[in-house]
Design a binder for this molecule. Structure first.
Ligand code: SAM
Length: 305
């Protein structure tokens, strides 16, 4: 079957996905986290949550379109869909299947430019504002979501692209980390970042059987909305990142003691005076500070830089 003949298939079940992969002599690649969503009701939930309160004039970014099942649904609801796919065989298939569609832009490559950046070609294609909707590959979910939020903070001063909403499926344990509260083991750098810059909601838990091939663990649907009014309160995102990295790398130590490690960028004087100014107890551990505490400390450290 030619890619063109398969391109008009609506939401794909396992049979259709296998047919597409057979037609290009490919098979699911573990190293790219290829687990295709084959439960069409759950696919509908992803689209519903991702497109809620979003204008049909919007641009949507799909990271990892795979065989293009979710892509078709997004194309039916958004003005423009940009997709980035790392697998060259699937990329070539999608390129042919959608070659006559002016509303679809495909980038064949990595969604990440580096561990701490989004691929600049992706940013250029979605600027100035985009909504991400994706069934994410497990190995890039955390850096990708963190980088999209950091990029959105930069958009407050027109230096970045705004990811107004991010809706995606990830392993349930990652979803738990994204929504974790202080004083829990899951609470960490990304939970603080999300709370300072936006609002997060958990959606349905997705069992392994909803995917082919079956992953070992449950996944979950998550939506994060970037909230400019919250994000504007943060003076310098790099200081926040340095602060959370230093504290959480040594999460069992008193926060005041983290200055003695080589990876700390703050001097004892800087940290002591910031702790005094904010009234935060120096004997606390990283997980005992609220996102609001991190915001206050990062802002004081930015001013005293
Ligand atoms: N969208 C399809 C679906 O819902 O069934 C496939 C989702 S599958 C979990 C993840 C997809 O992301 C695969 O197509 C994989 O090749 C792609 N992928 C993996 N790592 C990537 C990266 N760094 N950048 C872009 N795409 C990536």
């Amino acid at each position: 079957m030619s890619p063109g003949a398969l391109s008009l298939l609506p939401m794909q079940k396992m049979k259709e996905i296998r047919a597409i992969l057979d037609s290009i002599e490919a098979h699911p690649r573990k190293r790219f986290g290829q687990c295709f969503l084959i439960d069409l009701q759950l696919m509908e939930k992803v689209v519903e949550m991702g497109m809620r309160n979003i204008s049909p004039d919007s641009t949507v970014l799909e990271v990892g379109p795979g065989t293009g099942s979710l892509t078709e649904e997004l194309l039916a609801r958004a003005k423009k869909v940009v997709a980035v796919e790392i697998d060259r065989d699937l990329g070539k298939y999608l390129e042919t299947a959608h070659k006559d569609n002016p509303d679809f832009t495909l980038i064949i490559g990595d969604a990440l430019g580096s561990k701490s950046t989004i691929n600049p070609d992706v940013l250029a294609a979605v600027a100035p504002e985009v909504h991400l909707v994706a069934n994410l590959p497990y190995n890039i979910a955390t850096p990708l979501i963190a980088n999209c939020l950091i990029e959105s903070w930069k958009s407050l001063t027109a230096r970045g692209v705004r990811f107004s909403s991010l809706t995606f499926t990830v392993q349930q344990e990652v979803a738990q980390r994204f929504t974790a509260k202080p004083n829990t083991n899951d609470y960490g750098i990304v939970s603080v970042l999300i709370k300072i810059l936006g609002e997060v909601q958990l959606g349905k838990v997705i069992p392994p059987g909803a995917f082919w091939p079956r992953p070992k663990i449950d996944s979950q649907l998550v939506r994060i909305d970037f909230v400019p009014e919250k994000a504007e309160r943060l003076v310098n995102i790099e200081i926040l990142q340095q602060l959370t990295r230093t504290f959480f790398t040594h999460r069992r130590k008193r926060i005041a003691a983290t200055v003695k490690f080589r990876d700390s960028v703050f001097s004892r004087d800087q940290l002591d005076s910031a702790l005094r100014a904010t009234g935060i107890n120096p004997d606390l551990r990283a997980a005992e500070l609220s996102p609001e505490d991190y915001l206050k400390l990062a802002n004081i450290l930015s001013v005293n830089e």
